[in-house]
Design a protein around this ligand. Structure first.
Ligand code: ZN
Length: 259
């Protein structure tokens, strides 16, 4: 009944967060303030595919990065419930979960050194492969987890996730982006810099951080930015400002109480 465009989050929406949040008649602000949304209201999908990718992310990501991915999942769904309760934003939680878990897969020490590509580009390409192969490509032994075709993402879903990962730091003022990509941008920027604080209730932040602690995430991520830009001075992350972006991450006052 729903088209792949809708369920996988490929609806085109304004790329500019300002245009999206303040100047788009199709997405009016229905409520002035967000309600608290505990993580029990934004549960992790239980599908075989979600479980397989969750295991993959847990195995490959440092705990600090894995927790960031889960915070981005819960914050993103809280933002979606509050600000985008519209039919063309009705993509599946599973699609968003996959994008959240894999969005920083390119930042691991192994993957930073495996390629000359910017981390989001390599991460998107790797995600495309991991999502469409039930056996993961590299060092994994047979985990027996979610075996069979049920644990493989359909091509259109895998491509939507890869697209969102590749563009998750592409903060444009002009043009369009997929709804899945836009939500991933909003939620990662929210966790990393504290922007868009009015979209999430403080109690939601408290609950999310209690379950997925930051463990000094701001310093950890700022170091990763500098690490990538040092290894690859051409990296796409430099487009956010070689000094300005890590400074913004370290100056995240909204999340400071939870660091
Ligand atoms: Zn991230």
């Amino acid at each position: 009944m729903s088209s792949p465009i809708t369920i996988y989050g490929l609806t085109a929406v304004p790329a500019s967060a300002t245009v999206l949040l303040t100047e788009t008649p199709a997405y009016p602000r229905l409520h002035a303030h967000p309600d608290p949304i505990p993580i029990t209201e934004t549960p992790i999908p239980t599908t075989a595919l979600a479980q397989r990718i969750n295991t993959y992310a847990q195995t490959h990501l440092p705990e600090e990065t894995y927790n960031h991915c889960l915070r981005v999942y819960h914050y993103g769904l809280a933002i979606k419930k509050h600000r985008f309760p519209f039919p063309d934003w009705a993509f599946t939680d599973e699609s968003y979960f996959l994008a959240c878990l894999l969005h920083d897969i390119g930042t691991t020490e192994t993957n930073l050194h495996a390629t000359r590509l910017s981390f989001e580009f390599f991460g998107g390409i790797l995600a495309l492969r991991v999502l469409q192969q039930s056996q993961t490509i590299d060092d994994d032994s047979d985990s027996g987890n979610g075996s069979g075709s049920a644990a493989i993402a359909p091509q259109e879903q895998a491509e939507s996730v890869a697209e969102a990962i590749i563009r998750h730091q592409d903060l444009c003022q002009v043009g369009k982006i997929s709804a899945l990509g836009q939500l991933l941008q909003l939620a990662t920027i929210f966790d990393n810099t504290g922007s868009y604080a009015d979209l999430v209730h403080p109690d939601t932040i408290k609950d999310v951080c209690a379950h997925f602690p930051r463990h000094h995430w701001s310093g950890c991520f700022a170091a990763t930015i500098r690490r990538e830009n040092g290894l690859k001075p051409w990296a796409h992350t430099t487009a956010l400002g070689e000094e300005a972006f890590p400074a913004k991450v370290l100056g995240n006052t909204l999340m400071e109480p939870y660091e």
